[in-house]
Design a protein. Structure first.
Ligand code: NAP
Length: 358
């Protein structure tokens, strides 16, 4: 049997835990290390942390211990992330796959792209940013469907998410601005980073279509809570943001418009806890809409029998599993560097042995 790829799981939050379970189940992968931040997870078997059988791998907070491991690849899932840490792994000869930026940084973050490429060259390894959105809906899947089309006037990706049960305070409060006042949201330094994070997939689509973006626009609208709203990250207080509507738009030289739209909120579809209502397409899920000589609406949804908890958990698992499934391809990709979906072969699932869920 071919040798297994040795994988480090870095951080075991919502996404990192799904990735860890995926690594243990994947027949071509072997878990060799787990880095955690929380005191209560340090010293525990990785299996105990994510509710599967024991793995024999003990989680550690010690970065040097992790760096000393003989590993092929790290699934890097912290919040916040660090370019320095990413480059340190790459320079040490460990491939990096992450749900954090940078999906296509060449235009939005050229200095970052240069640092990553340099580190990849030094370590003779690859870097790849993946995920669900960005990392799937935002660019990989629209690019796939673009192969069915000829003239494309507009591509719109819409993510619609009732986030009430998403338990990452970092993502909910810092990235999504849920629970912030409008003034705090306006001053949030993440704003620029967020725009770049949506412009990166816009650039990737443009590149994939053989054109380039000539202008970018960003629109932000929000609705405040009309009462305190309990969520997995605590109370979203009355008069703070409980629904965010972002649109990032890139217009290309070829005339195609590329739109990334997110509607993130904490209420159910009836929006009784919001100060006004928005026309939300549906409770949770994604739509890729292509307009041109072929008109497509590609809806990615969850079966109606799933609870909202299950929808959020499965939506976030797709992010973790996308990283896991990319490991063999990223480890094998030739010519060390920053690999986007435009460089890699098709990433597929791999059905193999199963760790027993408790
Ligand atoms: N591309 C996509 O589709 C997508 C989707 C969702 C999330 N993401 C990104 O994926 C990352 C993980 O998201 P998540 O939902 O798993 O978040 P999360 O549940 O908040 O997990 C983040 C983890 O980071 C670790 N951490 C704690 N303090 C830290 C610090 N000071 N510096 C760095 N890391 C620290 C913790 O690990 P331990 O618990 O192990 O101690 C924590 O569980 C985030 O950066 C998020 O933006 C991307």
């Amino acid at each position: 049997m071919a040798r297994k790829y040795k994988v480090i799981q870095w951080a075991t939050g919502v996404v990192g835990s799904a990735a860890l379970r995926g690594v243990v189940r994947h027949p071509k992968l072997e878990l060799v290390g787990v880095k955690v931040y929380s005191d209560d997870k340090a010293g525990q078997d990785a299996g105990d942390i994510v509710g599967i059988d024991k793995t024999g791998v003990i989680a550690t907070q010690d970065v040097e211990e992790i760096m000393a491991l003989d590993a092929d690849c790290v699934l890097y899932c912290p919040m916040p992330w660090s370019l320095g840490e990413i480059c340190r792994f790459l320079e040490a000869g460990i491939h990096v796959i992450t749900p954090c930026p940078y999906w296509f940084p060449f235009i939005q973050n050229p200095e970052v792209a240069a640092s990553i490429k340099k580190a990849c060259k030094q370590g003779k390894v690859n870097f790849h940013a993946s995920g669900c959105n960005p990392g799937g809906i935002a660019e990989r899947f629209p690019l796939t469907f673009s192969g069915w089309c000829n003239r494309i006037d507009r591509i719109t990706m819409t993510e619609c998410g009732d986030c009430t049960t998403y338990s990452s305070a970092g993502v909910m409060r810092n990235l999504m601005n849920l629970g912030a006042t409008p003034e705090q949201a306006e001053r949030n330094p993440v704003k620029v980073m967020l725009a770049k994070s949506w412009n990166e997939p816009i650039d990737m689509i443009a590149e994939g279509l053989g054109t380039e973006v000539v202008s970018y626009e960003a629109e932000h609208d929000y609705i405040l809570a009309n009462q305190d709203i309990p969520t997995a990250v605590g109370i979203i207080e009355k008069d703070t943001i409980a629904l965010n509507h972002y649109r990032h738009i890139g217009k290309t030289r070829a005339g195609t418009e590329i739109v990334q739209e997110q509607i993130w909120y904490v209420d159910d579809i009836r929006q009784n806890k919001l100060q006004k209502k928005m026309d939300i397409p549906r409770e949770s899920g994604w739509r890729i809409k292509i307009e041109g000589d072929v008109n497509l609406n590609i809806d990615v949804d969850f079966p109606p029998e799933l609870t909202q908890d299950e929808r959020v958990a499965q939506g976030l698992s797709t992010t973790g599993f996308h990283l896991v499934n990319a490991v063999p391809l990223v480890c094998e990709a030739s010519d060390p560097g920053l690999k986007t979906y435009l460089d890699l072969p098709m990433i597929t699932g791999c059905v193999g042995t199963h760790a027993t869920e408790r």
